[in-house]
Design a protein around this ligand. Structure first.
Ligand code: GCW
Length: 680
């Protein structure tokens, strides 16, 4: 629909008659084996999609007939079909699926199966997607399994329905009307997540309220869990560390106090009695004012393991966040998480994951990978990406984030020699992890189209796809999303795919090129603010990060500076230690560089900085032009909305360029190169 509510699950009639005919020739009905509610939602989805896409009803058949889609988990399939799929089924894991065209007693059929009904559901969404992409489905032979186990959204949603760093309206969780009122959005949210394989959702903000752990709220959470269950989507909550005190029950939250430990066990039992498949807890402790074990001179391990013991009998997990930076004047905020956590490698219980942001500072347009990845071989590390665009223009700017996620996942940590990529740390293959996970901070709210910017949907979608398989190519993801969301026409898909891919480098260029970071205006993090220097803590001030002087600009993180570089493995350490061999995209992240320093192209740093900002503006101009060219392929409403949003982005790219260059000019003392236009 024009308002974007249907996300990528648009089942409008396919406008290519040949494609429709092909589908009608091969599918006329379905037959299911099994009676699980997950199977029911799978078949309902298939019916809706089929009827929409090809305009004909999909009948439920009493037996397997010619041209039927056969759905069922391995154990429920008739033995003859099971036998034919034996080797395919041996290749998938518990959430994987097999989608295969077979001939059974001379009947052509399409089988959708997996080890579990959730696998069947994922396979069903795959079959639907094949049709949305207009692919031929006469010879299906698709086998796929998720490579990461816990694929979660993290909602930074407060109980009053405000969303921290949310730019798409209020929280979709209508706590006030729960548990009685079940909104259609809850179901559509679950469908959307299931369609991309997301299997868990943390409902509440990491800056947590202990209220959500009271029986009053557990009842509401239970209602959501029941809606989500058929879709394979588990619920999780954030646990405020001081909850035992705030409940009024205890005087301390010391994790080594037996009463505190018992309190959490009882709390876990209480939750699991209502929600048997509750996923577990996500915890932000001793960070930005949140309570934690350090308040009692206890360690992160003490805190995490206490909670882990409470949920372990129910197969729950604890995701303990590594996003910490100290309250005292820090030498370098980028170093702290590593310093605090790496010494504890191997000491966390088996059901604990340490959740680490992609980079060592905070969700910037570009950061090098977090040095903890690879540095804790005996601890499962969970990746935390931010889908909501806190530092990337909120929901006003079009930035395709999977390109950025892919960059991080592909980076080589070298901890076990070449090829030790971040993706291999996260999917557990590098050091044989039993438990693996990935989280994305959601960009979802009450906006009609869920994400505010229509292209924000691509970031939710793309996160899910990379969570399923961190080796996917973000370009391929962009293409499939465009086809499912807008149009299959190549004249539309190709240029807009390019626009999406370029949008990431564009934002880096017009906000923080060459390794600059955290120079957004403070607090809200919108727009430029490199001049801010008066906030309470040094690391909250942009001047702390860019360190501009009349000599140069950038943060020296080599031995002569904070030595944060020593947290990386060789050969990164050696390579990034010198200005000459540091990749230019990370130059000012690791070095304080003279304004006159001659860069690879023979021009000075000052010149190159100006050139990058200008390039960013031109990138957005190109995005505007590309969009204007594809008008005929998009409905008016979404076309115009995106066109108007791109104008904001263009205006603000110029704002960034002008403000930052003007500000740095007072340090460099140099003229602006002539390619920078006079202010309008
Ligand atoms: O990105 C920063 C945000 C805070 C956030 C914090 C965190 C939820 O500015 O709003 O708090 O990180 O990740 O904990």
């Amino acid at each position: 629909a024009q308002d974007g509510y249907d996300l990528w699950l648009q089942y409008d009639k396919i406008d290519d008659d040949k494609v429709v005919e092909n589908y009608l020739d091969h599918i006329s009905g379905f037959h299911k084996f099994g009676s699980d509610e997950t199977l029911d939602v799978a078949t309902t989805e298939l019916k809706t999609a089929f009827e929409g896409l090809v305009g004909q009803t999909l009948k439920e058949l009493n037996s397997v007939e010619e041209n039927s889609v056969v759905l069922g988990s391995e154990e429920n399939l008739p033995s003859e079909i099971r036998a034919m799929l034996k080797s395919d089924l041996s290749e998938i894991n518990s959430e994987g699926y097999v989608l295969k065209s077979l001939s059974l007693n001379n009947n052509r059929i399409t089988v959708v199966t997996g080890k579990t009904d959730v696998g069947v559901l994922y396979g069903t969404f795959r079959l639907i997607k094949e049709m949305q992409l207009h692919n031929n489905i006469t010879q299906c032979d698709i086998i796929d399994s998720p490579k990461i186990q816990k694929r979660l959204l993290n909602h930074w949603d407060n109980l009053d329905r405000t969303v921290e760093r949310g730019y798409a309206g209020f929280s979709i969780w209508d706590w006030h009307h729960l548990p009685e009122l079940i909104k259609p959005e809850y179901i559509d949210y679950a469908r959307a997540n299931a369609s991309i394989g997301i299997n868990g959702t943390v409902l509440t903000n990491v800056n947590a309220s202990s209220l959500v752990l009271t029986s009053h709220y557990i009842e509401k959470v239970k209602a959501l869990a029941e809606v989500f269950r058929p879709y394979g989507l588990q619920v999780y909550l954030t646990a405020r560390f001081s909850s035992p005190m705030e409940s009024g029950d205890l005087k301390t939250a010391d994790p080594l106090d037996p009463e505190v430990r018992q309190w959490w066990k009882d709390k876990a039992d209480e939750i699991y009695a209502e929600i048997p498949d509750f996923g577990g807890f996500l915890v932000k402790a001793n960070s930005e004012g949140q309570p934690g074990p350090n308040n009692y001179d206890r360690s992160h391990v003490d805190g995490a393991n206490m909670l882990a013991e409470a949920v372990a009998p129910h197969s729950g997990i604890v995701m303990w966040r590594a996003f910490v930076y100290s309250e005292d004047d820090p030498e370098d905020r980028a170093k702290q998480a590593y310093s605090e956590f790496v010494p504890f490698d191997g000491q966390f219980h088996d059901n604990v994951l340490v959740q680490v942001k992609n980079g060592p500072i905070d969700f910037q347009p570009r950061e090098p990978f977090h040095p903890m990845f690879g540095a804790m071989p005996d601890t499962p590390l969970m990746m935390e990406f931010q889908i909501t665009q806190e530092y990337l223009g909120f929901s006003s700017h079009l930035v395709y984030l999977p390109e950025m996620f892919e960059e991080t996942l592909d980076e080589d940590t070298y901890v076990q020699g070449e090829g030790s990529t971040v993706a291999k740390v996260v999917d557990g293959t590098l050091s044989n992890k039993k438990l693996t996970g990935i989280a994305g901070v959601a960009n979802i709210g009450t906006a009609k189209n869920w994400t505010g910017h229509p292209f924000g949907q691509a970031n939710w979608y793309g996160f899910g796809r990379l969570a399923w398989d961190p080796y996917l190519d973000s370009e391929a993801i962009a293409k499939e999303w465009l086809k499912m969301t807008f149009s299959n026409e190549q004249e539309f898909v190709d240029p807009v795919k390019d626009l999406m891919i370029k949008s990431r480098e564009a934002v880096v260029n017009y906000m923080t090129p060459l390794g600059l970071h955290h120079i957004m205006d403070t607090g809200h993090h919108y727009g430029p603010g490199p001049w801010v220097d008066d906030l309470g803590r040094p690391e909250w001030n942009p001047v702390y990060y860019h360190r501009a002087t009349s000599e140069g600009v950038g943060f020296d993180r080599t031995e002569s500076g904070s030595d944060a570089l020593s947290q990386y493995a060789e050969p990164i350490r050696e390579k990034y230690n010198s200005i000459e061999t540091t990749p230019e995209k990370y130059l000012l992240w690791f070095h304080h560089v003279p304004w006159d320093y001659k860069m690879e192209n023979g021009q000075t740093l000052w010149y190159n900085l100006a050139a990058k900002y200008q390039e960013g503006v031109e990138d957005v101009e190109e995005m505007v032009n590309t969009w204007n060219d594809i008008e005929e392929y998009v409905d008016d409403q979404r076309f115009e909305e995106i066109q108007m949003l791109l104008q904001i982005q263009l205006k603000e790219a110029k704002w960034w360029r002008n403000a930052v260059l003007l500000y740095f000019q007072q340090f460099s003392g140099k003229e602006l190169p002539e390619f920078i236009p006079e202010p309008e």
